[in-house]
Design a binder for this molecule. Structure first.
Ligand SMILES: Nc1ncnc2c1ncn2[C@@H]1O[C@H](COP(=O)(O)OP(=O)(O)OP(=O)(O)O)[C@@H](O)[C@H]1O
Length: 246
């Protein structure tokens, strides 16, 4: 059963395509890595999937509604003096709303989520006072509380140590074991081969999608690099009447 379907999907900024005419189906319950060179459109694709970016053309359809998203660390402002507890509590937003009160049961669930990521007792710590790896653990605690059907992770293991990456990977496997869909952008191809049964290789367009051992080949990665280098940054979105004319 499809969890997410891309149909002739074009996503971009200011009418310039970043992801072009993509057709693919992410199966429900699959564990998929999104791989491609820098600037291939991986983060853009995740932003489209979470609804932060509307398609310029084509469509993205979701079978289920509950989607959680872990942005790249670089996109998160950590200067705001927010306690860890408040950041993790945002994972309960769908349950208690913007103005709902945190009840003791919620506090217990926040504590349990922090314990699951190895940060017991961190509730009152300011997020500005966390290391990069601790911050990533906190963001995973928030994802745990969201209990989403689909978890979208943008470079979840970048710039964190091997122990933290292994701990967080266990959580990803737990989600997969529970039948949730996980899509993660990754640059570490060894980690992809070790942990992700499915891979989507993109280079602005689809390069390959399917079982990792068939898709993550030197040939596909070389082709992805060539396609990215050849892509015209200033290209405009195709107009229906000009499509196929060139
Ligand atoms: N907010 C934005 N405004 C304009 N252009 C953008 C924006 N975000 C990304 N782009 C452009 O879209 C293209 C794809 O970027 P994207 O961040 O999706 O690639 P990526 O595959 O995630 O790259 P990386 O591996 O470097 O994180 C790039 O050319 C980038 O410059």
């Amino acid at each position: 059963m499809p969890a997410i379907t891309f149909k002739d999907l074009t996503l971009g900024y200011d009418r310039h395509p970043a992801v072009h005419h993509l057709d693919a189906v992410i199966s429900s319950g699959s564990l998929t890595a999104v791989v491609g060179p820098n600037g291939a459109g991986k983060s853009t694709l995740l932003k489209g999937m979470v609804g932060a970016l509307a398609p310029l053309e084509g469509s993205i359809t979701h079978a289920r509604d509950r989607i959680a998203y872990l942005p790249q660390q670089a996109e998160i402002d950590r200067t705001f003096p927010l306690p860890v507890r408040d950041l993790v509590a945002m994972g309960l937003w769908a349950e208690i709303g913007a103005f709902g009160r945190l009840r003791p049961a919620h506090a217990d669930r926040i504590a349990a989520a922090l314990s699951a990521v190895g940060l017991t007792g961190f509730e009152r710590r300011s997020i500005a006072a966390l290391s990069g790896g601790q911050m990533q653990r906190v963001l995973f605690a928030r994802l745990l509380l969201q209990e989403a059907d689909v978890n979208l992770l943008d470079e979840p293991f970048t710039a964190i140590d091997a122990k933290t990456a292994a701990d967080l990977m266990q959580i990803v496997h737990r989600w997969h074991g529970d039948g949730r869909t996980v899509v993660a952008v990754l640059h570490d191809l060894d980690a992809v081969r070790a942990h992700f049964p499915e891979t989507l290789v993109i280079a602005r367009e689809l390069v390959a999608h399917g079982p990792t051992e068939q898709v993550l080949t030197a040939e596909n990665l070389f082709r992805a690099r060539q396609m990215c280098e050849a892509f015209d940054e200033n290209a405009a979105v195709c107009l229906p009447e000009t499509r196929g004319a060139a």
